[in-house]
Design a protein around this ligand. Structure first.
Ligand SMILES: NC(=O)c1ccc[n+]([C@@H]2O[C@H](COP(=O)([O-])OP(=O)(O)OC[C@H]3O[C@@H](n4cnc5c(N)ncnc54)[C@H](OP(=O)(O)O)[C@@H]3O)[C@@H](O)[C@H]2O)c1
Length: 314
């Protein structure tokens, strides 16, 4: 039964449904038989189907959402920006817009599934991470039927960061920041799409906040090495980079809008970025797909399931 109380599947608005995560959420929902509308800044570019013009930075009051939330039972928010653009600040896109959205959903009795991130500890210094943390707080405060999903790093087709990491993995020399010692629980974006579809359709029981990761824990160096093994039997040479240099390059990248490296990424890489309790196997009802592994034999051992991550920053 859909959240609207009808026996049919829910009608879902996927904000950022044109992005890496959003596209996989839309696909997973359609497979389940949901009617899906996509929210994007450029509806004309994504013609076909129900595409709605959404400018998160301009939708700052609950009433601003009234028209967009028409005919919906559930909203999934996959909107995110790595860097601010004129008029589109991190605060507006990650905090103030989602705050208004959460309040609009709560007022109409709609379920909201919000995609956030791991590693938003209170010590985070990057404006990117702080805005995402403020967004989470605002959604909790709005009340209603909200869910916050925090995936670790994602791998899959069509992701900007994922494409970069796959490219760097093929290089014979891997530049590796010395301080990037945090472990990642990289997950397959298709699994994230399936898990979010499950939350949309069934809710999460008593759980509201869902930390998600793949089955392997690896540092950035180990992740690159695993990706490389898929295309070459020869390990890459490594070039350790001092932290001051990585930090400087991250700031320069932010200034010039280059590559996926940013100060926020640098902060994330220095700490574990894996779930304390991985909700992914339970949401999927199966072992998550491995990332950077040769094609798996028909049955995967239960021991592959991710252990808890003990030392996350609070
Ligand atoms: N990728 C990862 O590994 C990863 C891991 C953990 C968490 N996350 C989080 O997940 C979220 C989505 O990530 P992603 O990798 O899917 O990013 P993405 O591919 O860049 O997609 C971002 C989406 O946001 C939309 N968007 C951007 N600015 C907007 C605005 N001002 N108003 C309305 N829509 C806007 C874009 O739609 P249009 O361009 O069509 O308007 C696009 O569909 C982010 O918050 C990110 O921090 C990502």
């Amino acid at each position: 039964m859909g959240p609207s109380g009808h026996a049919s599947m829910p009608r879902v608005l996927v904000l950022g449904g044109s992005g890496f995560i959003g596209r996989h959420v839309v696909a997973a929902l359609r497979v389940q038989g949901c009617t899906v509308a996509v929210g994007t800044r450029h509806p004309a570019r994504h013609g076909g189907g129900d595409c709605r013009a959404v400018r998160m930075e301009r939708l700052l009051h609950a009433d601003d959402w009234a028209g967009l939330l028409r005919d919906c039972d559930v909203v999934v928010n996959c909107v995110g920006i790595l860097r601010p653009r004129p008029g589109e600040t991190w605060e507006r896109v990650h905090h103030l817009g989602p705050r208004a959205l959460a309040s609009g959903c709560a007022g109409r009795g709609l379920r909201l599934v919000h995609v956030s991130a791991l590693g938003l500890g209170s010590a985070a210094r990057s404006g990117f991470l702080r805005s995402k943390r403020n967004g989470e707080r605002a959604i909790r405060a709005a009340g209603g039927d909200w869910h916050i999903v925090r995936p670790s790093l994602l791998d899959g087709e069509g992701g900007f960061g994922a494409r970069w990491l796959r490219r760097v993995a093929r290089w014979p020399l891997h530049p590796l920041p010395r301080g990037a010692t945090g472990r990642l629980a990289v997950l397959d974006v298709r699994d994230l799409g399936d898990a979010i579809a499950r939350l949309v359709i069934e809710g999460g029981g008593d759980a509201r906040e869902h930390e998600l990761g793949g089955p392997q824990l690896r540092t950035l160096a180990e992740h690159l090495a695993a990706l490389r093994r898929l295309s070459s039997p020869r390990p890459a040479y490594t070039l350790p980079l001092p932290d001051w240099l990585t930090r400087g390059v991250a700031h320069l990248c932010d200034l010039l809008h280059w590559t996926p490296l940013s100060y926020g990424h640098w902060e994330l890489l220095r700490h574990d970025n894996c779930p304390r309790a991985n909700a992914l196997p339970a949401l999927l009802g199966r072992t998550p797909r491995g990332v950077g592994l040769a094609p798996a034999p028909p049955s995967s051992p239960a021991a592959d399931i991710l252990p808890p991550c003990p030392d996350l920053p609070s």
